[in-house]
Write a protein that binds this ligand. Structure first.
Ligand SMILES: [Zn+2]
Length: 56
């Protein structure tokens, strides 16, 4: 099973994806998979700044 590095969703067998080899300090390195089409990037910020201000 492959996980898309951009949208964090599972890449299905019938979906196109790209591979990106990422070297790591441990030596093994990892491979990042991404959908070929533009999928939705996972936003690390949980709420926009305006939302936070509203509940203060
Ligand atoms: Zn994706």
């Amino acid at each position: 099973m492959k996980i898309c590095g951009r949208c964090d969703q599972t890449i299905q067998d019938d979906e196109e994806y790209t591979e990106h080899d990422m070297p790591s300090s441990s030596g093994a390195g990892i491979t990042i998979y991404r959908h070929v089409y533009l999928c939705k990037r996972v936003d690390i910020q949980t709420a926009p700044a305006s939302e936070i201000r509203r509940y203060r």
